[in-house]
Write a protein that binds this ligand. Structure first.
Ligand SMILES: [Mg+2]
Length: 214
């Protein structure tokens, strides 16, 4: 059985890492109050090198935007951690013969830096990063590429696990996958059709997926 996982705020705590990085960066540059929220506001949903062209202006910095991006990638890779139970859950799925893939939107260098820094990369048969394949979730092509990178066919079905209602859950369902929504305490309000399972975290999703597979 195939299981595709979103990365940010599903397997790793991107929100916490971003806040930590923004605080440390603002302190190191002696930026005025409010700078952290400018940084987090810009990078909350996604972060690409072009965002640092904008932030450089917004924060009045003289740095090369490329250097700022590398500082961000290195800083995030240094502090990123898996969410609780992720590693154990993935190992259990692998032992049970599941095929595991990453389906993530983002820039290749930072997503791969996070996967390497956490040691997560070795748990997966395939890693699909939107920038590298030219298709973002919720596009069907993203899920199809993720399955191919795992060495399986999307038409054989499987699961998509993620925290984003639009990109992970609606996208996954439209790609023919069952869906597990990592709710982080939220209530589903994105339309009448609910995810197949709603969980507090990935560990619980993995337990329920295994139970559903018998
Ligand atoms: Mg996410």
């Amino acid at each position: 059985m195939l299981a595709l996982f979103d990365l940010d705020n599903t397997l790793i705590d991107r929100r916490g890492v971003l806040e930590d990085w923004a605080r440390g960066f603002a302190q190191s540059r002696r930026l005025p109050g409010g700078s952290e929220s400018v940084i987090c506001g810009r990078l909350r949903e996604r972060a690409y090198p072009a965002d640092f062209v904008h932030l450089r202006e917004a924060l009045g910095l003289g740095d090369d935007p490329g250097d700022l991006w590398r500082e961000y990638v290195d800083g995030v890779a240094r502090s990123v951690r898996c969410l609780p139970g992720v590693r154990e859950g993935l190992e259990a799925l692998r032992r049970a013969g599941w095929t595991l893939g990453i389906a993530t939107n983002g820039a290749g260098d930072i997503q791969r830096a996070k996967l390497a820094a956490t040691g997560l990369a070795s748990h997966f048969d395939g890693i699909c990063v939107s920038e590298e394949i030219g298709a973002r979730k919720p596009a069907y092509e993203h899920f199809e590429a993720a399955a191919v990178l795992c060495g399986v066919r999307l038409s054989a079905g499987g699961w998509m696990v993620g925290d984003n209602a639009e990109t992970d859950i609606r996208g996954g369902r439209a790609a023919g996958l069952r869906t597990a929504w990592v709710a982080h305490g939220r209530t589903w309000t994105d339309g009448p059709r609910e995810p197949d399972i709603v969980v507090r975290g990935v560990a619980e999703a993995i337990e329920m997926m295994r139970a559903a597979a018998g």
